[in-house]
Design a protein around this ligand. Structure first.
Ligand code: 2AM
Length: 179
């Protein structure tokens, strides 16, 4: 099973991300827009695991101190990937988010759980494999938008009738003493 750890988004944030996607939807020669139910913030990508590793991931998520985090989306950016350009919405730098993500991957490593070691660049993917129909690429303007995260979700990534689907496997709540 292919899994990752993420923060899910409240619906007003998803609505705003869909609005920001419109710019790419309107001017697209190519590009896969993230479906609303797949929009999330990845904290750690683990990849394919067997049930023994999945159990260790669960133990880590039960033990790690999950904080409530107040996060703000405030800019658009891109990654040049082998398979094309990926556009995302980024978060205002947040030391508590960075510290929590570091703690999480340290615990995964201590538990002998493999994870993608790329540096953490918090982002919400809007569109993959993007190429515009006409240049220049007009970027949407992001009005800063804040939300509070109260939990972390273990997600499964799989394909259903050729559609990429992310399904929550378990939700781990932030605890009051870690606020
Ligand atoms: P992305 O949107 O920038 O591709 C599920 O694939 C989630 O895990 C996505 O949010 C994806 O980020 C993230 N992710 C991080 N590292 C990954 C990797 N090596 N392979 C696939 N997805 C990865």
């Amino acid at each position: 099973m292919r899994v990752f750890i993420a923060i899910q988004l409240p619906s007003p944030i998803i609505d705003e991300l869909l609005r920001l996607q419109d710019t790419f939807r309107r001017n697209r020669r190519r590009g896969n827009l993230t479906s609303p139910q797949n929009l999330h913030l990845t904290l750690a990508f683990i990849g394919d695991v067997d049930s023994a590793v999945l159990e260790r991931v669960d133990e880590v998520l039960e033990q790690v101190e999950i904080p409530e985090l107040t996060l703000t989306l405030d800019h658009v950016g891109s990654f040049d990937r082998k398979d094309g350009v990926l556009w995302w919405v980024g978060l205002k730098p947040d030391p508590r988010l960075m510290a929590f993500q570091r703690q999480l991957i340290d615990k995964l490593r201590d538990a002998n759980v493999p994870y993608d070691p790329k540096p953490f660049r918090p982002h919400l993917t809007l569109v993959r494999h993007y190429a515009p129909a006409s240049e220049p690429v007009m970027l949407p303007r992001v009005q800063p938008l804040t939300f509070t995260s109260h939990a972390v979700t273990l997600m499964r990534s799989h394909r259903v009738q050729d559609e990429l689907v992310y399904t929550p496997l378990a939700i781990y709540m932030a605890r009051e003493e870690f606020r």
